[in-house]
Design a protein around this ligand. Structure first.
Ligand SMILES: Cc1ncc(COP(=O)(O)O)c(C=O)c1O
Length: 402
């Protein structure tokens, strides 16, 4: 047994942590002492305006969502203590998966404990040796790691990256690939629906057209777009006037607009979803989404489907906030999404600005390396339907003090 106080591992770890501390890059986790809403109670700071949650529709503490979770716990207990194919599937899992499929316009869906897990399931399970998975360079880390995992498990699986939102670069790479791949090889083109750090959108109609040109499948992780984009919150495809059926596969999260607890899903053709059930390692070797969370997410989606006015309120808030932040002299990347990043440069600057905002009663997180590239640290302001204009005015007045 190594001595854990003197083992060289500790010196190595301490060196990294000390470097982070001395350069102002060490992240301090804030403790929240109440529910998530337009304001949150933070230990040491009191009630603060909250502009860093993905609680886009304000459902995280909605009474009906909370009650649904209580009901799940009361009716089914904590869980089955088993993975789903053994004895771990409850009726609410199936109800939720039916509702997700309907929301996304897909034939079927399957849930996971997170979208990270879903992205680690889809590529290793559905891609085969000889296929190509090609991914936008700014895709979420879970997509990147899912593809890395797939190519580690399947050594003959090819992977590639195309420049952010660059259809010409994608077309060039696919032309080359189609010339080299076997005729039965499948090409998988993967994109975020809303890019999580930039808040910008892919050209989904353009991507669909390129995929059709090369007989490729289009996978969209719309974790920041579901419940947010499009008239009824179906997601980024709806924003572009595309039906859900025009996207081959969706992955998504239940941990943002759709209740905000946790959970993820894959939605797509029924046979592919069955393959995930039969062969997915996270489905075969890991427990299900906790049943109270499944019940809460199901209720959150029901509310989204019945109350499109929440999506409209979010859109109005986004328009107002973006205009006011710009008026205050800050440079926000232009886009219709609820993610408004203000680029500030160095990681330490972003962290220091975030701390200053907190001292002024506003909770906005500074993102730096390795979450975003070096030199592109940013304050990521996120807007919710739960915000009122007065909350947004409070944010802008604190930003002005910076
Ligand atoms: C695009 C994208 N995909 C996946 C995830 C992971 O979602 P989850 O928290 O459900 O694992 C996130 C979360 O930040 C995300 O932004």
């Amino acid at each position: 047994m190594p001595n854990t106080t003197t083992h060289p591992f500790l010196a190595r770890t301490d060196a990294v942590l000390n470097e982070l501390r001395s350069t102002g890059q060490h992240k301090e986790l804030q403790t929240i002492e109440g529910p998530m809403g337009p304001t949150v109670k933070l230990a040491g700071y009191g009630e603060c305006l909250c502009f860093c949650s993905n609680n886009y529709l304000g459902l995280a503490n909605h009474p009906e969502v909370v009650e649904a979770a209580h009901r799940g716990l009361r009716d089914y207990g904590a869980g089955t203590a088993s993975v789903r194919f053994i004895c771990g599937t409850f009726a609410p899992h199936l109800a939720l998966e039916k509702r997700i499929a309907a929301l996304m316009g897909a034939e079927a869906s399957y849930t996971f404990v997170s979208c990270w897990n879903a992205n680690e399931a889809i590529f290793p399970t559905l891609c085969k040796n000889g296929d190509l998975v090609i991914s936008d360079e700014l895709n979420h880390a879970s997509i990147i790691d899912g593809i890395r995992l797939a190519t580690t498990i399947k050594k003959g699986l090819n992977k590639g990256v195309y420049k952010h939102n660059d259809l010409n670069d994608l077309r060039t790479k696919l032309t080359k690939a189609r010339g080299e791949l076997a005729s039965d090889a499948v090409i998988w083109v993967v994109t975020d629906g809303v890019f999580s750090m930039e808040g910008d959108l892919p050209d989904l109609p353009g991507l669909r057209a390129v995929c059709d040109e090369f007989d490729a499948l289009l996978v969209v992780d719309d974790s920041h777009g579901t419940g947010v984009m499009g008239k009824t919150g179906r997601g980024t495809h709806e924003h572009f006037g595309m039906p859900g059926s025009s996207i081959d596969f969706f992955t998504g999260t239940l941990g943002k607009a759709l209740g905000g607890a946790a959970g993820g899903f894959i939605a797509g053709p029924a046979s592919a979803i069955d393959m995930i059930v039969q062969r997915g390692r996270p489905t075969l070797f890991s427990n299900a989404l906790p049943v109270p969370v499944a019940c809460a997410a199901d209720k959150a989606i029901e509310i989204l489907m019945n109350e499109p006015q929440r999506v409209q309120k979010l859109r109005d808030n986004v328009t107002y906030a973006r205009a006011e932040i710009k008026k205050a002299g800050f440079d926000v990347i232009d886009s219709p999404t609820a993610i408004c990043p203000i680029i500030v440069g160095e990681t330490a600057t972003a962290i220091a600005m975030s701390k200053k905002l907190l001292e002024n009663g506003v909770f906005v997180i500074g993102f730096g390396y390795p979450v975003v590239p070096e030199g592109e640290a940013r304050l990521r302001v996120q807007i919710s339907a739960a915000h009122e204009k007065t909350h947004i005015d409070g944010l802008v007045s604190a930003l002005k003090k910076l």
